[in-house]
Design a binder for this molecule. Structure first.
Ligand SMILES: C[S@@+](CC[C@H](N)C(=O)[O-])C[C@H]1O[C@@H](n2cnc3c(N)ncnc32)[C@H](O)[C@@H]1O
Length: 205
């Protein structure tokens, strides 16, 4: 991660999607900032981090426990609808793009609840506001587990589960979309997490 934020970035902005783990956002922020050696460097390396999630309760909790409200903001946002608010945040900070956008373990929920077109739209929207995008897409077997879990609860299937055309190697199809339609290129694959999920880093061409 250190390589993503060399000291010559005058300013670094990061969007961290999904605040289920407010601690993750804070730890990530601290990792980006590191220990400033003097005030001047501190200003040059100023980082603003925006965390967002659909879940209002998670966001309220993150806001209440935020130790760095001057640098880290948390907002409730449905990323399938309200992406204008991301642009608004960028405008407020005088930036055209986030230097880094994290999309960790979110794709499957958007895909299952809103379908193929929304998954692709999500990737396109995040790509359009990011210089770098770190993507952890859940693999197909997670979809099957989620659908089984819903059935066990006696609930009906996710609206789109049976009709999704994007299935199988979801991460590979996400890569094809980002490279083929969003002006991004894969620059690093960090292998698989302990959850057997690929962690892919894309950069704007
Ligand atoms: C598995 S959690 C991952 C959370 C976090 N990124 C992490 O790695 O700990 C998935 C998160 O995606 C959020 N989510 C699902 N659909 C969303 C949407 N349309 N817009 C914003 N967030 C969404 C959920 O509320 C949930 O907090």
């Amino acid at each position: 991660m250190k390589k993503l934020c060399p000291a010559n970035y005058a300013k670094v902005r990061a969007a961290c999607q999904g605040n289920a783990r407010q601690e993750l956002s804070v730890a990530f922020y601290k990792h980006l900032v590191q220990e400033p050696e003097c005030q001047e460097e501190s200003e040059e390396r100023k980082v603003h981090l925006l965390g967002f999630d659909l879940d209002e309760i998670l966001i309220q909790r993150a806001q209440q426990n935020n130790p760095l409200p001057g640098s880290i903001s948390f907002i409730t946002l449905d990323v399938t609808k309200d992406t204008d608010r991301l642009q608004h945040y960028l405008d407020q900070h005088g930036c055209s793009h986030f230097h880094l956008c994290l999309c960790l373990a979110v794709t499957m929920w958007v895909h299952l609840n809103h379908g193929d077109a929304s998954l692709l739209q999500l990737l396109s929207r995040l790509a359009s506001v990011s210089q770098h995008l770190l993507l952890e897409a859940q693999p197909w077997k997670c979809y099957c587990s989620a659908a089984r879990w819903l059935r066990k609860l006696g609930r009906s299937d996710f609206d789109h589960f049976k009709t999704l055309k994007i299935r199988g190697d979801v991460a590979e199809q996400a890569r094809e979309h980002l490279e083929g339609h969003c002006g991004m290129e894969l620059i690093r694959s960090f292998g698989s997490t302990t959850w057997d999920r690929k962690l892919l880093l894309f950069k704007r061409r």
